[in-house]
Structure formats: structure tokens, C-alpha cells
Design a protein around this ligand. Structure first.
Ligand code: SF4
Length: 60
């Protein structure tokens, strides 16, 4: 079973960047491929680099 995503309210989950989820035994970190510091303080509620990702295609 997949671990629930951390910081469900974070903008990163809906970002086209796309963020990567780094899983350790005890937690999941959100790695941003665009920011120089890589790990923005979570939850991110405003981000100049945020672009909404395309909606996932639905099954017919
Ligand atoms: S660009 Fe901003 S919103 Fe997108 S993944 Fe990086 S920190 Fe999160």
C-alpha cells in the first residue's frame, strides 16, 4: 500500500514541475526540480514557479 502523500494541502502536488517524492522508512519528502534549495518548506501555499499540471486522463 502506498503511503499517503505528506502535506495534502501543498501546491506541489498539483504542480507541473513535477515534484518528486522521496521516500524513506519513516517519511516522504517532496523534492522540487525547479527550486535551487530543492526542498521548500512544506506545505507550500504560494510559489512563483507553480504551474498547474494537466488533469490526468480519465478512463473511458
Ligand atoms: S515549483 Fe513550487 S509548487 Fe512546483 S513543485 Fe516546486 S516548490 Fe512545489
Amino acid at each position: 500500500m502506498e503511503a499517503p502523500l505528506p502535506f495534502p494541502t501543498s501546491l506541489c502536488h498539483r504542480c507541473a514541475a513535477p515534484p518528486r517524492y522521496i521516500q524513506t522508512k519513516t517519511s516522504t519528502f517532496i523534492l522540487c526540480p525547479l527550486l535551487p534549495q530543492k526542498y521548500p518548506p512544506q506545505p507550500v501555499h504560494a510559489c512563483a514557479l507553480f504551474r498547474p499540471k494537466a488533469p490526468e486522463p480519465r478512463e473511458p
